[in-house]
Design a protein around this ligand. Structure first.
Ligand code: NAI
Ligand code: MG
Length: 397
């Protein structure tokens, strides 16, 4: 097979160090690839007025596979204030480059795994009836519809006439909202399509089948949000009946699911939800398996472009440490998801097994795994640096 080229987008802050260390690990594990650097994030915004430059889009279009560190985002007004002087007052508006990238390349399917590593001191434990503790082994994949719903970006304040008039055709709007001044009404929409709902459901069914799980859980709120949540649940039931008769469809409500998170998280292996609910769910599950240092994600879709990234952000307060202290495992696991996507399952399993060994042995732990507050001193207090953690994983390969 021709050597692959991976678009490496370190972005901002700790994104730079975790991506660099992941490439070191991928090389050590025998993944044969070239990496091209691509600019993205805050520096691009400040200097060029665009956090996702066209040259980065072009590289992704050409090479299809991207590894992404993290970026810094700031609210609109703050972002405008930090633009280079020559770019100010030109009407430039900041949008998150990740959200833009997802929509531009129609990366509608997002997979966020949450898997317990034995021996991780951050694992969730539960008191049993006899007063002892149990530590559930969680193995959950959250399938997140990545491009629609509440994060679709279709929003208004002081809505234009056509929008206002359309809303006025709904009795509930007339009864409950129309008496407020228009500039005091704020609207964010939750638009779903059948096509992309079906795609996320089928991805989840296929995964459940491949892993030998008994079914999938659709986590929404169909009793209240009937048109969208109701649609996706019904669609799941119809698809299962027709094409996955051996798989069950369970449904939970997002609010109740968050409560059950600590009751029986090990019972949920495959969960599907729309954009925002899945964002909440995956952070909730991640909290049971070690938090942001362990939470990875894959996103891909019809365009063939796929991007793999940890779910954490740029953690600016740790960005400029002489010895980086953050946990690179979330980025490593994102790289494993990339390998699986590319069919390099052996290398992915090798890396995951090496991470599991390091965690289980417990000799090398980053500050978060030691429940320390991050500071430059943590290394002196026995925490492993980002580089030492990478060294340890490489040693176990
Ligand atoms: P964050 O994820 O950057 O950091 C939150 C806290 O989590 C940090 O202070 C740190 O204690 C911990 N943390 C994060 N990653 C860690 C790691 N690998 N190892 C150990 N500890 C880790 O989120 P925050 O502080 O809310 O946002 C910082 C910036 O990142 C913001 O500008 C935000 O917009 C952006 N962001 C970007 C994301 C992305 O690139 N996908 C996602 C989330 C936030
Ligand atoms: Mg999130």
């Amino acid at each position: 097979m021709a050597k692959r080229t991976i678009v490496a987008m370190p972005g901002d802050g700790i994104g730079k160090v975790v991506l660099e260390q992941s490439i070191r690990l991928l090389n050590a594990a025998g993944f044969d690839a070239d990496y091209v650097h691509a600019d993205v994030g805050w520096e691009c915004w400040c200097k060029e007025g665009n956090p996702l430059p066209q040259r980065t889009i072009d590289l992704l279009e050409k090479h299809k596979i991207g590894l992404f560190g993290a970026i810094t985002s700031k609210p609109k007004d703050k972002a405008a204030a930090e633009l280079a002087p020559e770019l100010q007052n030109k009407g430039l508006v900041y949008y998150s480059p990740i959200v833009t990238m997802r929509q531009y390349f129609k990366m509608d399917i997002c997979m966020r795994p949450c898997k317990t590593f034995k021996g991780n001191p951050l694992n969730f434990i539960r008191r049993t009836a006899d007063g002892n503790f149990s530590e559930p082994m969680i193995d959950t994949m959250v399938f997140r519809q990545n491009t629609e719903g509440l994060y679709g970006g279709i929003e208004w304040n002081n809505a234009p006439d056509q929008v206002w008039d359309a809303m006025m055709t709904h009795k509930k709007f007339v009864d409950n909202f129309s008496m407020h001044p228009r500039n005091e009404v704020f609207i964010s929409t939750r638009v779903l399509t059948k096509k992309y709902s079906e795609r996320i459901l089928r991805a989840a069914f296929d995964y459940a089948k491949k892993r030998g799980f008994k079914g999938i859980t659709v986590c929404e709120k169909p009793n209240v949000i009937r048109e969208t949540s109701g649609m996706i649940l019904k669609l799941a039931q119809d698809i299962a009946k027709k094409d996955y008769p051996d798989l069950a469809v369970w449904d939970t409500n997002i609010d109740a699911q968050m409560m059950w998170l600590t009751k029986n998280p090990e019972d949920y292996n495959v969960i599907v939800a729309t954009n925002m609910f899945a964002d909440i769910l995956s952070d909730g599950f991640a909290g049971l398996i070690g938090g942001l240092g362990f939470a990875s994600s894959a996103q891909f879709g019809e365009s063939g472009v796929a991007v793999f990234e940890p779910t954490h952000g740029s953690a600016p307060k740790y960005a400029d440490y002489e010895t980086p202290i953050v946990n690179p495992i979330a980025m490593f696991l994102s790289a494993c998801q990339m390998l699986e996507y590319l069919g390099e399952n052996d290398i992915a399993q090798k890396i995951e097994a090496a991470i599991a060994k390091v965690v289980e042995k417990g000799k090398v732990r980053t500050y978060d795994m030691m429940k320390m507050t991050g500071s430059p001193e943590v290394v002196k207090k026995g925490a492993a640096s980002t580089i030492e953690m990478t060294d340890a994983v490489i040693a176990e390969l």
